[in-house]
Design a protein. Structure first.
Lengths: 336, 126
């Protein structure tokens, strides 16, 4: 009888171990289209489904608010009217964008809309190389000094228009991650069109493996980052471009020249706790180029880490990421 | 003595269970299972290794049709009426971190499990 009891305890213990193992593996995936891209949210744990739905709703809400092309969005209306009292989210993002403009000496600039339009990088427009005159005219309204904020009213100069495309997905992934956490999710991985955000670690406690796209062959990776609870955002000329007379023109416009940034980099990947900053810095450092980025890193190394891929295919990694980055190819380490 | 026998017996049973569980979890997640999604909803799940006859799947969207070609061990977007044709240029589906995506028609073709050890891919073109 005693033995039977022991046997029962043993079997029950095994059952508990098994069932807990299974519940750790319970996974809920969601895939949807928003912000002109495809998004996936992978979550683990029992509370996943409702949390993911809430996160998805939040991303869709922000898309309607911040889109430069949706006619009912606040940004669209602001670009039309040039003066508007905006919601808290829009105000937060415009304020933040101006701060990052200053931090990056203008390399990140949300007033780039007239330039992006000239180059035809909006859906429904034809890609074209603009005339020098058209670029000069567009440049007149470019720069954070043309955006004024008073309380919650934003005023734009007459020839200024905003495009939050370089920061909105980062902001959205931050908000979505907060919602997942508030709903009890402790392990999740999101990709908002290639902007990756990890909530916690994998269910087994391991770090997530986030591959970095090979700029020369998008089906391959150039290396892998091991991260937990961070955002990973890559900007690269390979993501959107067109060819005219044998010349490639990509979508990351240097607002100082009005032309696609030609800084010697193929892609920049930023790792940070701050999704919006990661999103904005991936563009800014791409525009700055390696040398200026190294300087920028030495002054702001507590804010982010970065992986650079140069036009020659060399990889440079900031020293705060050297232990979490792996690549079959050798890489140089950038120290503070 | 009998106590020890019981412990041995149940240890063996527990180990066997663990072995079976590991085996099942491996078998149930072969890397060649792909999912075809339209606007976030699963249209069809296919184990590419069990496909014997080549066939086409046609999905209709806002920008016309997407024709998906499935054959043994292989899936690709054969043709599409969408304006940019990025999905067709993608070619064969090769890795889980690079799904075939048609943004205009909201179609995604992807492996259901990781094929390259990565959980996500930064900078992937959506």
């Amino acid at each position: 009888m005693k033995l039977l009891r022991k046997a029962c305890i043993l079997v029950m213990t095994a059952a508990v171990i098994f069932s807990s193992g299974c519940s750790l593996e319970s996974k809920y995936d969601c895939e949807f289209f928003a912000m002109d891209t495809v998004m996936t949210i992978n979550t683990y744990g029992s509370k996943s489904e409702s949390a993911v739905k809430a996160a998805q709703n939040e991303i869709n809400r922000l898309d309607k608010l911040l889109s430069v092309q949706k006619e009912n969005s606040e940004i669209f209306k602001l670009n039309q009217s040039k003066k508007m009292t905006v919601s808290e989210d829009t105000l937060t993002l415009i304020t933040r964008s101006k701060e990052i403009y200053t931090l990056t000496d203008g390399a990140f600039d949300i007033s780039c809309e007239p330039l992006i339009r000239e180059w035809g990088f909006y859906s429904g427009l034809e890609n074209k190389v603009p005339s020098q005159k058209a670029i000069e005219t567009a440049l007149e309204g470019v720069g954070a000094e043309h955006i004024k904020i008073e309380n919650s009213t934003v005023t734009l100069d007459d020839n200024t228009s905003l495009d939050l495309g370089g920061i909105a997905k980062g902001y959205a992934s931050h908000k979505a991650a907060e919602i997942l956490k508030d709903n009890g999710v402790t392990s999740a991985l999101m990709s908002l069109g290639g902007n990756v955000r990890a909530v916690g670690s994998k269910p087994d406690g391991e770090s997530w493996s986030v591959a970095i796209t090979d700029p020369d062959d998008n089906s391959k990776s150039i290396g892998t980052l091991k991260i937990s609870d961070k955002a990973v955002v890559t900007s690269g000329g390979y993501q959107r471009y067109f060819e005219e007379n044998g010349q490639i023109y990509h979508h990351i416009i240097d607002t100082k020249t009005g032309y696609p940034a030609d800084s010697g980099l193929k892609s920049v990947t930023i790792v940070s706790d701050d999704d919006a900053l990661a999103d904005a810095l991936s563009t800014a450092l791409f525009v700055m180029g390696l040398e200026k980025s190294e300087e920028f890193y030495s002054e702001n190394s507590s804010l982010f880490g970065a992986v650079f891929i140069t036009d020659k295919g060399e990889i440079y990694v900031t020293d705060n990421l050297k232990d979490s980055f792996m690549s079959e190819q050798g890489f140089e380490v950038i120290s503070v | 003595m009998t106590n020890r026998i019981w412990i041995v017996v149940f240890s063996v049973v527990a180990l066997l269970c663990l072995g079976i569980w590991l085996f099942i979890s491996n078998v149930s997640s072969p890397s060649k299972v792909v999912g075809i999604y339209k606007d976030g909803s699963l249209v069809e799940k296919i184990d590419l290794n069990s496909v014997t006859d080549e066939r086409e799947i046609t999905l209709s969207g806002d920008f016309g049709d997407n024709v998906i070609l499935v054959s043994n061990g292989r899936i690709e977007m054969k043709s599409a009426d969408c304006p940019d044709k990025i999905c067709v240029e993608h070619g064969e589906l090769k890795s889980s971190s690079s799904p075939i995506v048609c943004l205009p028609n909201k179609v995604v073709i992807k492996f259901e499990n990781s094929t390259d050890g990565a959980d996500a891919k930064a900078g992937a073109v959506g």
